[in-house]
Design a protein around this ligand. Structure first.
Ligand code: CMX
Length: 435
């Protein structure tokens, strides 16, 4: 058994036993109440799931196993010559709750390198799709087609004890995470570079090699950006749509390929992960309409009002949980301030940071007028030459795999049951109200 798997097994056994005891003693204790507003309002804030890898506070933002984004930058190992943390380190932290050493992350980079191949038939399935197929469609199709390699499903069909579920779940999760950069880079080169693919570089880490295979920029800062991008998008507690979908589908004992593909269909919605493409599309439309990439504050303000007037949302602003500027937005802003000088798209994002919140506040209904992660990510990608914005959600998806698949391992190791909340009819509500 490999070192990470063994550590995970030991930790999960301990926690499983502890949780069983707690449930036995306190199982009937009320932890929360549900309001009518929550039943109608997309279950905001309803506590209904255990998610160990990260927790989200409305004001402080995301913490991964207790660590904020700046703390991750300080505490996780980075590659020599770079200051951004390696996503391998975050996965290690999320999976076993311990900070990895440099040796640990090197081991994990090598392990994922060994596991990274995408089956030949997956490449053929992708090649059979029309060339202008949205990259998220290609990504989801590719992930589903790799399910043929799934170990969990095979072991289940052979007859596997419940207590062993965690083992093939771990193997599938690791294989899937390892292969996602290969799959995603294949889609990018196929869609935008006439299928001129770039061979992997075995000397690089998981995210560095991904940046290399994308072939966007020779600038080492792009590699650094990818390491940071893959870290900050990895997890956002369990209630967000992509995480929750992965969790829900996984609870039926669908394997990680099916569960993650389902999670990616959630990420592909414009109110969730697709917002990163929508932000750049919105900015490019404005620039084209105005005929300048240096719009004045008044011009941006007018464009915002026009968008709202058409009954549309301002992409990249607002959040279902956060009530302050997203720390992931702040991390990207810090990266841009340190590495990018006077870029027109980045400048527009910074102007929007000033202009949009008061306008949204003025609507009187938006609970969080501040920017989220998607408001900033695309502008930095454009700066380094990755301006094919339809691809952005795939980048988000590769990163999101780290959190949701680590959590899926936990769900199976802890023996989490089939998820099955209760729905009610409107008549039932009226009857309750009349009582
Ligand atoms: N622009 C305009 N109106 C907005 C808005 C925005 N950016 N954000 C919220 N609102 C509106 C809502 O549409 C809603 O209007 P109605 O009552 O008319 O339906 C009202 O304000 C209240 O919404 P809320 O409670 O503040 O926000 P929700 O929890 O319902 O929704 C979110 C959250 C993210 C879907 C919403 O803020 C939004 O649509 N933002 C733009 C899309 C976006 O950036 N999504 C990415 C989120 C991060 C991620 O998952 O990647």
């Amino acid at each position: 058994m490999d070192r990470l798997k063994e550590a995970f097994y030991i930790k999960s056994l301990e926690l499983k036993n502890e949780m069983r005891q707690v449930l036995k003693e306190h199982g009937s204790r009320k932890m929360d109440e549900v309001s009518l507003q929550q039943i109608f309002g997309g279950m905001r804030g309803v506590k209904s799931m255990i998610w160990e890898t990260s927790a989200l506070d409305p004001v402080e933002g995301i913490r991964f196993r207790g660590l904020s984004i700046p703390e991750l930058k300080d505490k996780l190992p980075s590659r020599e010559g770079d200051t951004e943390p390696l996503p391998e380190g975050l996965f290690w932290l999320m999976l076993i709750g311990e900070l990895p050493t440099e040796e640990d992350v090197n081991w994990l980079s090598d392990d994922w390198e060994r596991r990274r191949n995408v089956p030949e038939h997956t490449l053929r399935v992708i090649d059979s799709l029309p060339i202008d197929t949205h990259p998220m469609t290609q990504f989801i199709t590719g992930i589903s087609s790799m399910q043929t390699n799934g170990i969990f499903t095979k072991r289940y069909a052979e007859g596997m004890s419940k207590s062993d579920y965690w083992d093939p779940m771990y193997e599938d999760a690791m294989n899937l995470i390892a292969s996602l950069p290969t799959l995603a880079a294949y889609i990018y080169r196929r869609s935008y570079f006439k299928g001129e693919h770039i061979a992997p570089d075995d000397t690089l880490d998981w995210a560095g090699n991904f940046a290399h295979m994308l072939g966007v920029s020779d600038n080492p800062k792009f590699m650094s950006l990818m390491r940071m991008y893959m870290t900050i998008h990895a997890d956002h507690e369990g209630g967000n749509a992509s995480a929750h979908t992965t969790h829900l589908v996984g609870s039926t004992l669908s394997d990680p390929y099916f569960s993650f593909a389902a999670g990616m269909t959630s990420l592909a919605g414009p109110l969730h992960g697709l917002a990163n493409q929508e932000v750049i599309k919105w900015i490019f439309n404005m620039v084209e309409e105005l005929g300048t990439n240096e719009p004045t504050d008044d011009q941006i303000r007018k464009f915002v009002h026009e968008t709202l007037g058409k009954g549309q949302v301002i992409p990249g602003f607002g959040h279902a949980v956060l009530r302050r500027p997203d720390p992931r937005f702040i991390a990207l802003k810090r990266f841009a301030e340190e590495n990018i000088e006077n870029d027109p798209t980045v400048n527009i994002v910074w102007k929007m940071f000033e202009i949009v919140p008061p306008i949204l506040q003025g609507l009187g209904k938006v609970k969080n007028p501040w920017p989220n992660v998607d408001a900033h990510s695309g502008s930095i990608l454009v700066h380094y030459g990755l301006d094919q914005y339809q691809y952005y959600t795939v980048l988000f998806g590769v990163s999101r795999a780290l959190g949701v698949l680590a959590s899926l391992c936990w769900s199976r190791a802890l023996g989490m049951p089939l998820e099955r909340p209760k729905s009610v009819t409107y008549d039932w509500i009226k009857t309750q109200l009349a009582k």
